[in-house]
Design a protein around this ligand. Structure first.
Ligand SMILES: [Zn+2]
Length: 1117
């Protein structure tokens, strides 16, 4: 595509032609998904009505780019000079008027602008959820101190978040690592499970439910959790007579002293003398009042129950709850024993399911209109439409808080990380328009002279429109004559609504040659397929499967707009310990192979004929793909190289002077003599030692060096791994990680079991739109600045995020810190600019703008936080931390930070109340449960079945995840399939991820974005078994089944449809595993019941909440 066509004559906006010249309206229509008749762009601008009806039709669907620095400057691939320079004396702009203009009222981003009439709220916005009942929004827990035993201090490892135990028994043998690969049948941990009882799961009821919780039963019954506990064991131990699913005894008996449950008899008597301590608080909540409280004097009594032996049973005060803040169970439905058994009623602590449901109900029906500054968007789990009215959609940017403390002191006090999770090329639902492409002609996008920020809706035009004041650095800039426009009486340009860059949060600029490498417009990128043809790859059927698939897949390479065929060229390499290049030039009758055996000095033996257009060379390519499996069918070569393969692909792109992507299909540890040769250094004994971090670090620096070269060339690497044993994912994933690529892992790959998953991932990966050779820069208004970055990319300086490739699934997480005071009036602005080459070779800048509020009251911060984004950030922070710190240190840091966040709220924002209450900010009431899930995750607390490669793989994956992905990854979705009537085709409401919620008469689906289980209760009705599995009884169901039979009945169709729909929502194919209750595979499944204790030592939700409460109290005392 020729980028040079500056200012083309009014191309229709619905067309692939992405240029955005003059906003002539007539041709905008035809946007799919609009409700009303196609609305010309002009309408969207106007005072909202038209806009509300129809999202602005997008011009191009092409990937966006962002404002990276002109690559032309001699500095490096992406010339940071132009980017970073504060070119005051830039000739293009006249001298700035010496007088720095005050910010005009109008410059306060959208808060007061007439543009945003729809959802506008005053600066201090109520977050989702019901309004606080009084001065504070709290979730209160009374009775956290109920435990009777008093211990001096919790033993270090007693909490369950301490060191995982039972790791020593881990075999470390690869096939056991089923979690992310296929789980080889018959190799599950040999733990039998007990038989579930018949108790139906308890459901929460709406918050309004009156919630007087009966006294909790007494007696400390939490012995040390370090022993191998049953996964489903709840804190107080489900009463033997009640549980839905009682587990059979663990393999190793608990030590005599550590009885898990309270005595099966009646609950300990309540001492009414304790009652006076609890009074109705002035804010309407219940809780222990200050006053005579014998329990409070000692260090958090609950601590006793954690590591030490339980003391003698003691009377407990009653537990009471704030009825407004915590969804409570319908107590009347509970059997009496149930009410008293649990130290804390799991239904009385904040429920992720309830929060998600409430948000869906409250915010799912109205579009989210982005015109208001500092608005907290609906949760990622809520379906909603977005209307861009000047701030970037939450699909592109989500923040940990939408209201930033004005000073760094406040920020330090609160300890709430200030971060944005940015997905610059996010795919949008069809109802929402892709960003418009704007062409500012030969002079390129209009930018601030000083800080180089791009023209955006927050820039303030002054002096009758002849100048504009930069909203980021306050510099006054001249408006170039061709861009001049008059202002209306409010100081707004009269064409503001005709220009995306003056009215929208997200848009693209066409880049000029100044933004291109070597001052040359790029040529279209290339894809190179590099296939391991060693013995394992051939024997598993991979080579044949892949070659067969590529024959058709090559017809679906990414295309720009309505282009008839992809501009992307392709090339092919096979390798074991030598490399084979193929000439597939269209004029050849047969492909030609060239072997390079000197892998120590890799070069590309052919240029002409290596990268070809698919349609031109189709016959030769097909012939090649037919021949490859035959050529290597009898290979005995088991050794492979790796780094030389990447090197070869990168050199080929360099020779062709283009960016591109390598698709590597690799099976084994590269032990052949060559650069990047690796040794097997897997050592599980390092877990829980100071050297554990080495398991996450690459074993050779050569891979980083290689990755750096790839980035310079715009060579992105996607790695598909098919290991039968340890392959050192930590090292092999360095190149994909630093080049913006993806890693896929198929352990013990077998065509018959894994082909659907592999092919599905491959198809999606090859077809997805990618931006190449990209640079991202995040600018901020004065007062804060981007200081840290997380994701799959490379940085050669402190500000520019370099991405050899960036696709629509990947995020870059940015942390901000104060460097000056902010003020409430101006708020804080972010501008993310991504410069990239589209898949057709067009150089573009994609710009996202976001305005946030600033506050002088901590309460405003806590009212405008987003816990899902906080968790995303904290997980990434922790997962990077394990590279340099002992895992235990990382875990402790997370716990401490969480406690500080909550303690600061308690101290500064909650109304005075007893220390015995746990008070959580409404927006953060799920922080403890989610954080516990992060602490229990494979990376931070691996179970015995998790391999070193699994951990490195997950660590790498999470680094680029968006908020929705981390949300479901850490707290899986558990859907009951047989609760609702079969006719009901809507997705069933989820239940909490705990064994207590499973009823043995039902069937459940569980998914976390990577794994998908179908759990079948042992007492499921025969008819259901027949309908779903086509067999007559539970015992005939094949455990580990990965495909449901296609049966012609409602239930079968509904379940298969639901599975399809879950898969469609995720970026990777989730292979189904059918798990029967009591089957050994169930251990694998239980790992995902994250509210329960985990076998690896992870705390239950209730336990963790108690621990968090203790930590908070210590901070406050
Ligand atoms: Zn500026």
């Amino acid at each position: 595509m020729n980028v040079n066509q500056s200012a083309p004559p009014v191309p229709p906006f619905g067309q692939p032609q992405p240029v955005y010249p003059g906003y002539h309206q007539s041709s905008y229509g035809g946007q799919p998904g609009s409700t009303a008749a196609p609305t010309p762009y002009g309408a969207y601008n106007g005072p909202v009505p038209g806009y509300q009806q129809t999202p602005p039709p997008g011009v191009s669907r092409a990937p966006a780019s962002s404002g990276a620095p002109p690559a032309s400057t001699a500095q490096g691939p992406c010339g940071q000079t132009a980017y970073g320079q504060f070119g005051q004396g830039d000739v293009q702009n006249g001298p700035s008027s010496g007088v720095q203009m005050q910010r005009l009222p109008g410059s306060q981003p959208f808060a007061s602008a007439p543009l945003a009439p729809v959802v506008s709220q005053p600066a201090v916005l109520q977050p989702y959820g019901p309004p606080p009942t009084s001065a504070q929004v709290t979730a209160q827990l009374a009775g956290m101190q109920i435990s009777g035993a008093v211990a001096p201090a919790p033993p270090a490892s007693g909490l369950g978040y301490g060191s995982p135990t039972s790791l020593a028994s881990a075999s470390g043998s690869f096939p056991n690592s089923g979690l992310y690969g296929s789980y080889p049948q018959g190799q599950a941990p040999p733990l039998g499970q007990g038989h579930p009882g018949a108790q139906p799961p308890q459901r929460s009821v709406p918050p309004q439910a009156s919630s007087f919780t009966p006294p909790a039963s007494g007696g400390p019954r939490m012995p040390s959790m370090t022993g191998p506990l049953l996964p489903g064991q709840s804190f107080g131990g489900p009463p033997v007579s009640q549980p839905n699913h009682v587990s059979s005894p663990p393999p190793q008996a608990l030590p005599p002293g550590t009885q898990m449950t309270g005595p099966p008899g009646p609950p300990p008597p309540m001492h009414s003398s304790q009652q006076p301590g609890y009074q109705l608080q002035q804010n309407g909540s219940f809780g222990p009042a200050r006053g005579p409280q014998s329990n409070y004097g000692s260090p958090y009594p609950g601590a006793a129950t954690f590591g030490s032996q339980p003391g003698p049973p003691q009377p407990l005060p009653p537990k009471r709850l704030d009825p407004d803040a915590i969804p409570s169970p319908q107590l009347n439905e509970l059997p009496p024993q149930q009410k008293t058994r649990h130290r804390i009623d799991p239904d009385a602590i904040p429920s992720p399911i309830q929060v998600i449901e409430d948000d869906r109900n409250n915010r799912g029906s109205e579009p989210f209109v982005t015109g208001v500054r500092g608005q907290v968007p609906p949760l990622v789990t809520t379906n909603f439409l977005v209307k861009d009215q000047g701030n970037a959609s939450p699909r592109y940017i989500r923040c940990t808080s939408y209201n930033i403390p004005c000073t760094s002191d406040m920020a330090k006090q609160a300890q709430v990380p200030l971060a944005a999770v940015i997905k610059p090329l996010a795919r949008l639902p069809p109802e929402e328009a892709s960003p418009y492409v704007v062409d500012h002609g030969e002079s390129g996008p209009l930018r601030c002279n000083r800080c180089k920020a791009y023209m955006c809706p927050f820039m303030q035009f002054v002096e009758g429109g002849r100048r504009f004041q930069c909203c980021f650095c306050s510099c006054i800039n001249d408006v170039p004559p061709q861009y001049f426009q008059h202002l209306d009486h409010t100081g707004k340009r009269v064409d503001a609504y005709d220009r995306p860059e003056l009215s929208l949060g997200s848009y693209e600029f066409l880049a000029t040659v100044d933004y291109c490498k070597n001052n040359k417009f790029p040529i279209p990128p290339a894809f190179i397929f590099m296939i391991d043809v060693s013995y394992n790859a051939v024997r598993s059927g991979l080579v044949r499967l892949l070659c067969e698939e590529l024959k058709s897949l090559l017809d679906f390479l990414p295309r720009e707009g309505g282009a008839e065929e992809s501009a992307i060229r392709v090339g092919f390499v096979t390798y074991n310990k030598v490399l084979h290049f193929y000439n597939v030039k269209s004029s050849l009758a047969q492909p030609q192979m060239m072997v390079v055996s000197d892998v120590g000095d890799m070069f590309v033996p052919l240029l002409d004929g290596f990268l070809v257009n698919v349609s031109e060379s189709r016959a030769v390519i097909t012939s090649l793909l037919d021949q490859i499996p035959e050529m290597f069918a009898d290979t005995r070569e088991t050794e492979t190289v790796f780094a030389p393969v990447v090197q070869a692909g990168m050199e080929a792109l360099k020779a062709a002077e283009c960016a591109g992507k390598l698709f590597l299909f690799h099976t084994s540890l590269p032990i052949a003599e060559a650069p990047g040769k690796l040794k097997n250094r897997d050592d599980r004994k390092l877990i829980n030692t100071d050297k554990e971090k080495t398991l996450f670090q690459p074993q050779s620096g050569a891979y980083q060096t290689l990755a750096k070269e790839c980035v310079a060339q715009g060579c992105c690497v996607d790695l598909f791994l098919f290991p039968n044993q340890y392959v050192d994912v930590a090292t092999l994933s360095v190149v994909p990680q630093l080049t913006g690529g993806s890693v896929y892992k198929y352990a013990c790959f077998q065509v018959e079991n894994d082909q659907e998953r592999f092919l599905s991932d491959l198809r999606r990966d090859v077809q997805k739109v990618v931006g190449f050779d990209a640079v991202m820069r995040v600018r901020t208004s004065t007062g804060i600045r981007a200081v840290d970055f997380f994701g799959a990319f490379y940085m050669s300086n402190t500000t520019d995020v370099e991405l050899a490739g960036l696709d629509g699934d990947k995020t870059v997480t940015v942390e901000f810190k104060h460097d000056d005071r902010l003020n409430e009036e101006n708020g804080a602005l972010l501008q993310c600019a991504l410069l990239y080459t589209s898949c057709a070779g067009q150089r573009r800048l994609r710009i996202h703008n976001l305005a946030l509020n600033c506050c002088t009251q901590l309460a405003d911060l806590y009212r405008n936080c987003e816990t899902d984004t906080l968790i995303n950030y904290m997980a990434k922070f922790a997962y990077r931390g394990v590279l340099s710190s002992p895992v235990k240190t990382v875990r402790d840091t997370l716990i401490t930070q969480c406690a500080q966040i909550l303690a600061c709220y308690r101290k500064n924002c909650a109304s005075p109340s007893s220390a015995g209450q746990l008070i959580l900010p409404e927006c953060m009431k799920l922080l403890p449960v989610y954080l516990n899930c992060v602490l229990k995750s494979e990376v931070l607390q691996p179970g015995a079945e998790v391999t070193t490669d699994d951990r490195a793989y997950v660590r790498q994956l999470v680094t680029s995840m968006d908020v929705a992905e981390t949300n479901v990854f850490f707290y899986p979705r558990l859907l009951p399939l047989t609760k609702s009537p079969i006719e009901n085709t809507t997705e069933p409401p989820a239940v909490r991820a705990s064994e207590e919620r499973l009823s043995n008469g039902d069937i459940y689906l569980l998914e976390n974005g990577l794994n998908l289980f179908l759990w079948v209760g042992a007492s499921v009705q025969q008819g259901v078994v027949q309908s779903l599995f086509g067999v007559s009884s539970f015992s005939q169901i094949t455990s580990g089944l990965s495909v449901l039979p296609v049966l012609d009945n409602l239930l079968s169709k509904k379940v298969r449809g639901l599975i399809d729909s879950l898969r469609a929502q995720r970026s990777r194919y989730m292979k189904l595993i059918v798990v029967k209750q009591e089957d050994k595979l169930e251990m694998l499944f239980k790992h995902f019941l994250v509210e329960d204790k985990s076998l690896s030592g992870g705390a239950s939700y209730v336990d963790f909440l108690c621990h968090m409460h203790k930590e908070i109290r210590q901070l406050l005392s």
